[in-house]
Ligand binder design. Structure first.
Ligand code: TXA
Ligand code: MG
Length: 394
């Protein structure tokens, strides 16, 4: 399939009990070399037959994704691993038993059947078995491994709802299976088993703490290496967070491009002890207002409540170059969850980020829950979105 429809077909499908006819329709598109966006438990994926180089090429075109960024291959189960990967280390069995199906991607030596383009020319391949019933039914019906990056345009936040997929890819892909919002909200954890000790290249839906139960020596790659080139004063989100030793990676890993989750607005991420980071937030907001910039705050409900009175005063202060009326509407506070529920915050992060961006603010100032558990993935995504504008306050 080389030509794409003007509009993408959208099919509503039950997230728990997907209709077999709809799944067969989507599987036929994949078998014919087409592109299908489908829900996984993490984010929506943009699927193609992983063994069909032409179909895979279509993914890169539809997303506007550089061919240097490798794709994840999705399997129906561990029984298919040998089709796409080889020289499996013994720890694969233990990891698969504990975390599959689920939000864990393993980097393994690539089997020749998988076109090199899937892995951006690397000798390795990223593999996972998704848990979402629609994803599982689709892969089963297609009868082939399914290569699927997140179903967003390159540099846009990953899609957690069908509307996000359509906003980015309508007319660029054949079919979208809409099963409502995804449950995890951030992408899978990427664990590289081709290096020793095993290295988390991207924190995600499976926490480092949980991985450590199975593999005590797991290391975590430092923040995206490209951050160092971004120029601004940069601080990593904790060099040693929650007892997780951070190992510096010499090479920029493929797919670790910093500008991966970038909103249109300029985003600044403030990291550190809660009350200090709130104080710093006020200072940063004040500075932006004084420059006549509109500001969106991407924070948790507790931050929003604590900051409300001071923000009110700030936007009424005569320091700003704006008129009084402009200033009052120039700070938008959007909460993506609670400090006490990092999983809930992860679920809402990309949606609230997209909404705030769509409101057309010039700048976004972001706060996050503590960088442990799934909070580490939130820190990673906000650090990337900030493109180096990370301020550490303690
Ligand atoms: O949760 C997810 O992982 C989602 C759903 C759809 O499964 N997929 C996803 O794919 O986030 P994508 O393409 O947006 O991110 C895949 C990332 C790459 O950018 C890269 O960082 C890493 O996974 N990756 C994949 N294959 C790799 C390889 N062979 N070596 C190193 N990193 C790899
Ligand atoms: Mg992606």
């Amino acid at each position: 399939m080389t030509t794409r429809p003007l509009r993408t077909r959208v099919r509503a499908v039950s997230p728990e009990h997907p209709d077999a006819t709809l799944i067969a329709e989507a599987a036929d598109v994949l078998k014919a070399g087409g592109l299908v966006a489908f829900p996984t438990e993490t984010v929506y994926g943009l699927g193609a037959n992983a063994l069909d180089a032409a179909a895979v090429a279509g993914i890169f075109v539809a997303k506007g994704r550089p061919s240097t960024d490798p794709l994840i291959v999705h399997l129906r189960g561990v029984q298919d691993l040998a089709i796409v990967a080889r020289d499996l280390p013994p720890m694969v069995d233990r990891l698969a038993a504990r975390f599959w199906p689920g939000p864990l991607t393993l980097i393994l030596p690539r089997q020749a059947a998988v076109p090199a383009s899937v892995s951006a020319g690397l000798a390795t391949v990223g593999v996972r078995v998704p848990a979402h019933p629609v994803a599982r039914a689709l892969i089963e019906a297609a009868g082939v491994p399914v290569a699927a990056p997140s179903a967003n345009l390159f540099s846009r936040p990953s899609p957690t709802q069908a509307a996000h997929v359509l906003a980015d890819l309508d007319g660029r892909i054949d079919l979208l299976l809409d099963a409502g919002p995804t449950s995890v909200g951030v992408e899978s954890t990427v664990l590289d088993l081709t290096v020793s000790p095993p290295l988390v290249r991207r924190p995600g839906g499976v926490s480092v703490e949980a991985l450590r139960d199975v593999l005590p020596d797991v290391q975590v790659a430092s923040r995206p290496a490209a951050a160092a080139q971004a120029g601004a004063a940069v601080d990593a989100p904790g060099a040693d967070v929650a007892g997780v030793a951070v190992q510096d990676v010499a090479q920029v890993a493929p797919g670790q491009l910093l500008r991966h989750y970038a909103p249109r607005a300029t985003l600044t991420f403030i990291v550190g002890e809660t009350s200090l980071s709130r104080l710093r937030t006020l200072r940063e907001v004040g500075a932006r207002l004084a420059r006549g910039r509109s500001v969106g705050l991407l924070v948790l409900t507790e931050d929003a409540e604590t900051l409300a009175p001071a923000l009110q005063t700030l936007s009424e202060a005569p320091l700003t170059r704006m008129s009084f009326a402009d200033a009052r509407t120039s700070v938008r506070v959007r909460s993506y969850g609670s400090h006490h529920d990092a999983a809930g915050a992860a679920r809402q992060l990309f949606d609230v980020l997209r909404r705030l961006d769509a409101e057309g603010v010039d700048e976004i100032v972001a706060l996050a829950p503590a960088p442990d558990g799934i909070g580490l993935a939130i820190h990673d995504r906000l650090t990337r979105a900030a493109e180096g504008r990370v301020i550490t306050v303690d």
